[in-house]
Design a protein around this ligand. Structure first.
Ligand SMILES: [Fe+2]
Ligand SMILES: [Fe+2]
Ligand SMILES: [Fe+2]
Ligand SMILES: [Fe+2]
Length: 399
């Protein structure tokens, strides 16, 4: 299956938006940094606009395994105390480098906390040894933190604070470029307005030269697999989970006699089935004990968030209910819709078996790992209640 550049950008923007979800309120941190950095780059690095835009979207991805949004709020001293936080630029660069088409963005992400005077991290680089894109990200990041102070600061307040950091956190050039950008037309009013921000992102994407997907052979499956790794990075126990569920789903679909095309679509949906987990607070995902009722309520929102993410990707519209239905139960006692029997899309019924099978046979904080045979016994016991009995039967034969 050939992948279109539009698919890549839509999925990337959807994921980065949902990573910024805070108590179901969208912070738009990544989007705002991306918009601002791209606009600034038009003046000094126009040929790198695309890379810098994606660097903005992903700049804090290295912190995805940290408690929620700590990079959005903490000041520099706090950062230095926490070794993982201290290294999130490096970790983020590593993740971006794995996304082949974003290798230039990776260098920018690496340097997004370096300071002009050498007082930043992780490498303590100085002056123009700092990647220029990284310098742009630094000041854009600082702007967004100031823009979210409540009660809101006006443009003059923000200018004063930024001016006090020129020569230390960033260069005179960056300061002047930032002020020039904020003061051009109504840009400042727009960038602090969440509604405007969500209109600006698709406009920018359609105006940017597309990312070059040749390093993934333009293969949809390869690109989705990279995204699945990003999703699983949130949560140490789920490493490889999305890919295994995708493999099981494909295997089951083929064994049930579905066409290659349909099996591949279900497989794509399975790679992304837990995408919504990027929006679930880390302490809930990692809790080594049973969840409280309120925590479970939040956890149960992840398939809804998955649907929200997938519905933002035009090429995946047909997979919204399939990916979002992986916690529905055949007897109607699942979530989020409580659909039952054949009312649950076939792909979702297959994925529910694949998901449960992998959860049982891989390491989780709250349970003992089961052998494949033990897991199949559970599939048999729950055929007709949790699982579609036909699919359980096939799974017991082929998994
Ligand atoms: Fe950061
Ligand atoms: Fe940030
Ligand atoms: Fe799930
Ligand atoms: Fe899952």
């Amino acid at each position: 299956m050939k992948v279109k550049a539009r698919f890549f950008s839509e999925l990337m923007t959807a994921l980065s938006l949902m990573m910024d979800l805070d108590e179901s309120r969208k912070l738009y941190h990544a989007w705002r940094v991306a918009i601002l950095a791209e606009r600034m780059s038009q003046e000094i690095l126009p040929e790198y606009r695309t890379q810098i835009f994606y660097a903005g979207l992903l700049h804090d991805i290295g912190a995805i395994s940290l408690p929620d949004h700590v990079t959005h709020y903490t000041d520099i001293k706090e950062h230095f105390k926490n070794p993982i936080l201290f290294n999130h630029g490096r970790k983020g660069a590593q993740i971006a480098r794995e996304i082949g088409p974003l290798s230039l963005a990776a260098d920018m992400i690496m340097d997004h906390h370096e300071h002009w005077d050498g007082g930043g991290y992780p490498r303590g680089l100085k002056g123009n040894n700092i990647n220029l894109g990284g310098q742009i990200l630094r000041i854009a990041d600082t702007f967004d933190i100031l823009a979210r102070v409540r009660p809101p600061l006006d443009l003059n307040d923000i200018k004063t604070i930024l001016a006090s950091r020129r020569g230390s956190e960033f260069s005179d050039l960056m300061f002047e470029l930032m002020i020039y950008t904020l003061e051009s037309g109504s840009f400042f009013e727009e960038i602090i307005d969440d509604t405007k921000v969500s209109e600006m992102v698709p406009q920018i994407i359609s105006s940017l030269p597309p990312v070059d997907l040749s390093s993934c052979n333009n293969d949809l499956r390869k690109v989705v697999k990279i995204f699945a790794q990003v999703i699983d990075a949130k949560h140490s126990y789920t490493a490889g989970h999305s890919e295994r569920v995708a493999n099981y789903t494909y295997q089951l679909a083929k064994a049930m006699g579905l066409s290659e095309g349909e099996a591949e679509r279900f497989e794509i949906a399975a790679y992304l089935h837990d995408a919504g987990k990027v929006a679930i607070p880390k302490h809930i995902l990692d809790k080594p004990a049973a969840l409280t009722i309120d925590e479970f309520k939040l956890m149960k929102r992840h398939p809804v968030y998955t649907m929200e993410i997938i519905s933002m990707v035009s090429e995946l519209k047909d997979l919204v209910r399939i990916a979002g239905g992986h916690h529905e139960r055949y007897d109607g006692r699942g979530y989020p819709d409580g659909a039952s029997g054949q009312n649950i899309p076939l792909g979702a019924r297959i994925m529910s078996v694949a998901d449960a099978f992998d959860a049982m046979t891989s390491l989780r904080p709250y349970q003992k790992i089961k052998s494949k045979d033990e897991a199949k016994e559970v599939l048999a016991e729950n055929a007709g209640s949790q699982f579609d009995p036909e699919i359980s039967k096939v799974a017991i034969q082929v998994l």
